[in-house]
Design a protein around this ligand. Structure first.
Ligand code: MD3
Ligand code: FE
Length: 208
């Protein structure tokens, strides 16, 4: 395992998952999306749709609505059902890498079609910033950008490929970041073009 250090304590592990592990994980995600369909998140206030489609697994899931803004909730916004469980492989991965005494509470599943992107933002809808965020990339390569704790800080861009993991701890936990573009056709993992990103998160300030 080759861990690369990025600014502010962020860590990048290229090809953490091999092809077989990636295929197994995609199958788990397909099951999750069957039970808990991808939805199109709407920007708070404007109601403008984002280009990324999402779902979640775990006790809590990240959702956004025009009326209620960004928040975590225990149920799918359209079906009203609880989110499926976080797959065991992901809980094991968190145990190995997170250096944190509790399990993740939320796993956000982002699906990017070829033209989708995600603007520069901070993840700050959680209460527990001591816990890391762990991200897993599957499918097509993307151009990822990460900066500092101020939107004006300089950013660094690099490509995230299928099987890569990012560990956001320390100062990097509050860093601005985004996805500028997808490179369609760079991976054969998925049945269609596009990219999946999973982020494992702690939401609450304490507890198990
Ligand atoms: C840096 N996802 O879901 S993953 C997100 O590729 C999100 O879908 C992107 O940003 C994606 O919020 C980026 C890498 C990542 C995830 C969380 C972070 C980088 C981060 C949290 C803090 C700093
Ligand atoms: Fe983010």
């Amino acid at each position: 395992m080759q861990i690369q250090d990025l600014p502010n304590g962020a860590k990048w592990v290229p090809k953490y998952l091999d092809r077989t592990e990636q295929e197994a994980l995609v199958e788990e995600i397909r099951q999750i999306a069957k039970e808990s369909p991808l939805f199109i998140p709407k920007m708070p206030k404007t109601g403008k749709p984002m280009s990324v489609r999402m779902t979640n697994c775990g006790p809590l899931g990240w959702v956004t609505t025009k009326e209620r803004g960004y928040r975590y909730q225990a149920t799918h916004p359209e079906t009203g059902k609880p989110w499926p469980e976080i797959p065991k492989v992901l809980l094991d991965l968190w145990k190995t890498l997170a250096d944190y005494p509790h399990q993740p509470q939320a796993c956000l599943v982002n699906f990017y079609e070829s033209s989708a992107k995600m603007g520069l933002h901070q993840d700050k809808d959680e209460e527990d910033f001591a816990a890391p965020v762990i991200s897993i990339s599957l499918g097509d390569t993307c151009l990822f950008r990460i900066g500092g704790e101020s939107r004006r800080d300089p950013t660094k861009s690099f490509k995230l490929e299928s099987g890569d993991i990012m560990l956001l701890t320390g100062k990097s936990r509050m860093a601005f970041h985004g996805v500028d573009r997808i490179y369609p056709g760079t991976s054969t993992l998925l049945k269609q073009e596009g990219r999946i990103n999973l982020t494992l998160r702690r939401v609450g300030g304490s507890g198990v």
